[in-house]
Ligand binder design. Structure first.
Ligand code: S3P
Length: 176
């Protein structure tokens, strides 16, 4: 059975949606960021601070390589996972790719806390809204690899899960 893979910018709800969707579908859930943190024994900001982004991306590639091989999972990725074309190819091989989106203001509200997201913090030269808007614009095309996309800005978590479950049913990815 195919995996269901959630991609999208930071703060679009990939982790919370993934967990709820897995429960709905009766599937196991893997959050790549948590997997990396558990295996490294350090938080993502700590990995960025001590070893740099390249080291984090190497851990991320390794986590994708191992997870994409498995079956019938719901997988939440990090916002930058799709920057690597090899990651996208592996995830697509056996996965339906769902992109979550949200408006700049919604993402800004969900990522306001400084210290949790090193890529956004590095981009933030004092105007965090501008940093979100710029990074989102830079990355927009990366998320076009998705088979289906949901704008989560005005939806409750339950509505997002309902929307994705209906899509998967239409596509025959699951038949519950
Ligand atoms: C990143 C997003 C983060 C995490 C890391 C890098 C990015 O995940 O993987 O901080 O480059 O966009 P979330 O999208 O879950 O915040």
């Amino acid at each position: 059975m195919k995996n269901v893979v959630l991609i999208g910018f930071m703060g679009t709800g990939k982790t919370s949606t993934g967990r709820a969707l897995a429960q709905r579908l009766g599937r196991a859930f893997v959050d790549l960021d948590r997997m990396i943190e558990e295996e490294a024994g350090r938080s993502i900001p700590e990995i960025f601070a001590s070893e740099g982004e390249a080291a984090f991306r190497a851990l991320e590639r390794e986590a994708v390589r191992r997870t994409a091989k498995r079956r019938a999972l719901v997988i939440s990725t990090g916002g930058g996972t799709v920057k690597d074309a090899a990651n996208v190819a592996l995830l697509k091989e056996n996965g339906a790719i769902i992109c979550l989106t949200a408006s700049v203001d919604v993402v800004l509200a969900r990522t306001a806390h400084v210290g949790d997201r090193p890529v956004l913090d590095a981009k933030d030269a004092g105007d965090r809204r501008q940093a979100v808007a710029d990074l989102m614009a830079e990355r927009r095309e990366l998320y076009d690899v998705a088979d289906y996309s949901v704008d989560t800005s005005d939806l409750s978590p339950l509505q997002v899960v309902d929307d994705i479950a209906a899509y998967l049913k239409r596509e025959g990815v699951f038949r519950a």
